[in-house]
Design a protein around this ligand. Sequence first.
Ligand code: C2E
Ligand code: CA
Ligand code: CA
Length: 424
Amino acid sequence: MNDGYLRKVFPAGTEIFRSGDLGNCAYIIDEGEVEIGIPLNAHQTIHNRLGPGELFGEMALIDDHKRIGSARAVSDTVMRVITSNQILDRLHHSDQVIAFILRITLMRYRHLLQQMRRAEESAAKESAAEKSGALGDPAKDQVATDHLAMPDSRDAVAKLELENELREGLDKGELRVHFQPLVALSDRRLVGFEALLRWENPRSGFMPPGAFIPLAEETGLIVPICRWVLGAAAGFLARFQEASGRPARDEGRLVVAVNVTKHQIDDSETMQILDRIASEHGIAPEQMKLELTEGVLMNDYARTRGWISDLKGRRIKISIDDFGTGYSSLGYLHQFEVDEIKIDRSFVIEMLTEPRSMEIVRAIIGLARGLGLTTVAEGIENQEQATLLRAAGCDCGQGYYFAKPLAEAEILARLQAGAFGFGP
Ligand code: C2E
Ligand code: CA
Ligand code: CA
């Protein structure tokens, strides 16, 4: 059996650990029997026998303190050894609230045992003092418990509160999608929008996605949130298309790009939603574009490839977001049926001052062209960047120079007024 844990054999009668030893591992008994002794006071010890499947020494996993009790193999015993490093590594990657609850529970248990022991000791001292007529020094009797300070619960509690607020916020309609225009660099024509999530949190005010998406990912709330974003983005796109007065075909067709995470690839409802929303809102599947980062693409290679293939079968477009920041190999590019590369903002920022960044931008555009993909540059903040990118052959641009992400009412108003000009 190989489950990654070391196995140790203790012959009958072996002492596994003693009270006061430094502990850095726990044990699960596979075979045999172990006797645990937990001293209550100088004279009394609680004895307990444990058999296969049972765990002991677990407190050392969390705080590396000295062993309170002792353990001895009653018969020949085989045990799995779990080191504190193995547990701390798992705790580090686990939900913060679960880790917090585990730490607190073990600490309370340790605290309780210490208090019981102290009560027993002072009772014994009192009766001895009574007999001799001497008075003890209470300060001296105080057992140092500083090292038992509780872990800070504020982070975990704040996180729980935010999670509940977000859950409620989703139900109460506090989430919003803002839309940032995507502009054709050749003629500064509006070609579509990227849908960007916002949260109007009544307690903390307006929140950008960076402030709550990581929590949503951790808690699984990202799934219902992203389902909602897809529907909202499609619904608004239909209204934008109508307000633009353009025919919803060829050059006149607006697209909406939606960010997706690996959770959407795992969510079987994503495809059904995509099928439903396109027909519900009367938009063509080609008007929907999904943005995936390189990390998402490579997360579960075979699955993502199949998923993208299903999207292509539906004529939905795929874009690689933050290109150049996530994955060091380009070998994956031809393996996925993607349509577009989004050049990351970091290259666009450095392009003007750092010749090598300009070369990287040119190389990305050349690579995309060679593979028959279009390019979008993110984070264009000035005219010079827009001009250089156009000269380098980049198809589209997005950034504060053209427009910041805007609420749908503003997009509608501008479209109706025919005021979506991006000309220099
Ligand atoms: P992203 O997909 O790279 O989105 C572009 C971000 O760059 C947006 O930030 C946008 O406001 C910002 N940006 C655009 N142009 C400029 C510019 O010229 N200068 C500067 N400094 N920034 C610019 P935002 O809206 O805060 O979104 C941050 C990230 O949150 C997004 O990065 C995306 O990864 C994630 N996100 C946003 N909405 C959603 C969503 O609906 N679903 C998922 N899964 N992720 C989302
Ligand atoms: Ca994006
Ligand atoms: Ca991006």
